[in-house]
Design a protein around this ligand. Structure first.
Ligand code: SF4
Ligand code: SF4
Length: 611
């Protein structure tokens, strides 16, 4: 059986190596046919797509005429791509400004029309009088300079009027033709990479899907499955966990960290470099939503695969414990059905992409203008989703926390918690139990909550008033900063990437604003507690060791004191690993919830004498 486990490990590693290798394989080429088919979805009709495609081909030729370096691998191709897009966009603006922009003669006509005996008069009538025969030019000025109309403001003299108009016209001429521009956003770069690469992932997708995901899944199932026999009788088997390099911050842990962090950095900031990996899941994405995959679909797919194969490990490890079996099944169901499949199917039926269980402020962009507008634009269902999101946060979340503690979300429903409880389970002992970590936890998590509330307030202010700033603070800028620092770096790169070093709940413990919100309810108004039968405790410390939230459970157990902590996610592992049955997760009456406080109380600020 041990040999079979080794075979499983080799198969898994082969899949990982091929997955990484696949990313760098293939030939990249700015090929005319591929450019046309990527930008022109209607080859039988001469339209905007044809213009963009031929403009891009010209830009490629101009680039190649002045740069002799090859652009055939992932690095050189992506070094050239933004420059070619810039060249294309510049060419388009130059060409169209001559015919569709506003010339200096046009500006002079408008200025002389506005310069009347009574002073400067600027209105739609004046614009039409000056440019009447060219509806495009009239529309351009009417749409973009109505704020200059003299029924709303004055100009000191003709020079001020002319310079204000000229600077606006310069800006408009620069943006002429944006409809023919190619975006340099990450999604656009990824799409162009997917279109231009010639690789196994593209030509033999299912074969490479098997060689990567297939081998990873088969290897993991064999590796985890053999534990059923190797570990022997049902029961907690954590022997040797501190002697393994992978689970005690050794060199294996650092390699896993590098892999995870590298993946998250590519996913969030450079998705164009993982085009081959995204191509692997195109057929799955097309089967679900009808669209090719994005990097986020790849992420969702990997997330579900990782949780599923590691759930097998959980089922075997905790097979004697019904709470863990049931909890693992439920959290897996919510991830696969609610976070992955249902949103994709909604898109297939032209409905908004929506994860019904994702609650604000974890779902920090829920109140962003584009999201609210998109939901409202989608009619009754969209409005229902909007209302559901608000009810979920304001009513359902606190009520459920009152009855069951925040475990109902953190350990049973949430995707972040789901990954932590499956993929992250081998790392749970790495959580820091020191007092300074507890202090840092409280400073950080509530700061993030305050940041999320302020950021959302500012975004909503913009939504309702149309003003982009409040007290001089740019609301869009704040939302971008939050998205970068909290949404990407903290929750993704550090939260998951650092599992092998900081433990599996770094994000949930130190950063998640929803956990902070639920933690306040759990601490002050909830029926949940972990009761302790202190007389049975032998102070072995297993509970504290395996508490992923860094709670010193033993300190409570030794005193027979109930554990009522805002950070407890109710994973139940402290209870599972206790050899004496001391700990029990319970929901009960609020009275006497803290139980026996004893002579020494473990409080928020340290140990106190109970007077
Ligand atoms: S105290 Fe127990 S139930 Fe709570 S987070 Fe720690 S291990 Fe999980
Ligand atoms: S695992 Fe059980 S016996 Fe060991 S210290 Fe914790 S409560 Fe006490």
């Amino acid at each position: 059986m041990k040999n079979l486990k080794k075979i499983g490990f080799v198969v898994f590693m082969l899949g990982i190596v091929l997955f990484i290798g696949n990313i760098f394989m293939g030939e990249y080429k700015f090929d005319g046919d591929k450019i046309r088919s990527h930008f022109d979805s209607t080859p039988d009709v001469f339209d905007k797509g044809d213009s963009i495609a031929s403009g891009f081909i010209d830009a490629v030729q101009q680039y190649e005429a002045t740069n002799s370096a090859p652009t055939t691998n992932i690095v050189t191709f992506n070094a050239a791509l933004p420059q070619i897009i810039d060249r294309h966009n510049h060419n388009v603006s130059d060409a169209l400004a001559a015919t569709e922009g506003l010339s200096s003669d046009d500006v002079q006509s408008v200025v002389s029309g506005a310069n009347q005996e009574s002073g400067i008069v600027y209105s739609e009538e004046v614009i039409r009088g000056a440019l009447g025969d060219n509806e495009n030019k009239v529309k351009m000025l009417v749409d973009n300079t109505s704020w200059m109309y003299t029924d709303q403001r004055d100009f000191a003299d003709v020079a001020e009027f002319e310079s204000t108009l000229q600077s606006k016209v310069d800006e408009l001429n620069g943006s002429v033709g944006t409809q023919y521009h190619i975006s340099k956003e990450k999604w656009s770069l990824l799409d162009i990479n997917k279109a231009m690469v010639e690789s196994g992932a593209k030509t033999s997708t299912w074969l490479w899907f098997f060689l990567t995901f297939g081998l990873i899944i088969i290897g993991s199932v064999i590796y985890n499955g053999t534990n059923y026999k190797i570990l022997g009788e049902a029961g907690i088997k954590n022997d040797g966990i501190y002697h393994e390099s992978a689970t005690n911050r050794g060199w294996v842990a650092w390699i896993v960290l590098l892999f995870l962090v590298g993946f998250y950095v590519a996913l969030y900031f450079f998705p164009q470099y993982i085009a081959n990996a995204v191509l692997l899941v195109d057929p799955v994405s097309e089967g679900l939503s009808g669209n090719p995959a994005s990097q986020w679909f790849l992420y969702g797919f990997i997330y579900c695969v990782a949780m599923s194969v590691m759930a097998i490990r959980m089922y075997i490890k905790y097979r004697h414990n019904r709470y863990q079996i049931f909890r693992t099944t439920v959290v897996l169901f919510f991830q696969i059905a609610f976070a992955f499949i249902i949103p994709e199917l909604l898109v297939r039926f032209n409905m908004p992409y929506y994860d019904f269980k994702n609650a604000w402020p974890l779902d920090y962009d829920f109140f962003f203008t584009y999201n609210i507008e998109s939901l409202i634009d989608n009619g009754t269902l969209g409005i229902f989703m909007l209302v559901w999101g608000i009810i979920l946060t304001l009513i359902i979340v606190p009520i459920m926390v009152y009855f069951f503690g925040k475990r109902w979300y953190c350990s049973w429903v949430c995707g972040c918690g789901g990954l932590a409880e499956t993929l992250g389970d081998p790392y749970r002992q790495l959580s820091n139990k020191k007092m300074w970590a507890w202090k840092l936890e409280r400073y950080l998590i509530y700061s993030v909550l305050v940041f999320a509330v302020i950021m959302t307030g500012l975004v909503l202010y913009t939504f309702f008033t149309g003003s982009g700033s409040l007290f001089g603070i740019d609301t869009y800028y704040i939302s971008v900063v939050y998205g970068f620092l909290i949404g990407s770096i903290f929750s993704g790169v550090i939260g998951t990437g650092f599992y092998p070093i900081f433990g599996n709940r770094t994000w949930c413990r130190f950063g998640c604003p929803l956990a902070a919100y639920m933690g306040i309810v759990q601490r002050f108004k909830s029926r949940f507690r972990i009761t302790t039968n202190g007389g049975q405790c032998i102070s072995c410390g297993n509970c504290s060791t395996y508490c992923e939230q860094g709670i010193d459970v033993r300190a409570y157990a030794q005193k027979g004191q109930n554990i009522v902590r805002s950070s407890c996610v109710g994973c139940g592992v402290c209870s599972a690993v206790c050899p004496r049955g001391v700990l029990k997760l319970e929901n009960g009456p609020e009275e006497n919830r803290f139980g026996n406080e004893g002579p020494i109380v473990l409080g928020n600020d340290g140990f106190e004498l109970n007077k």
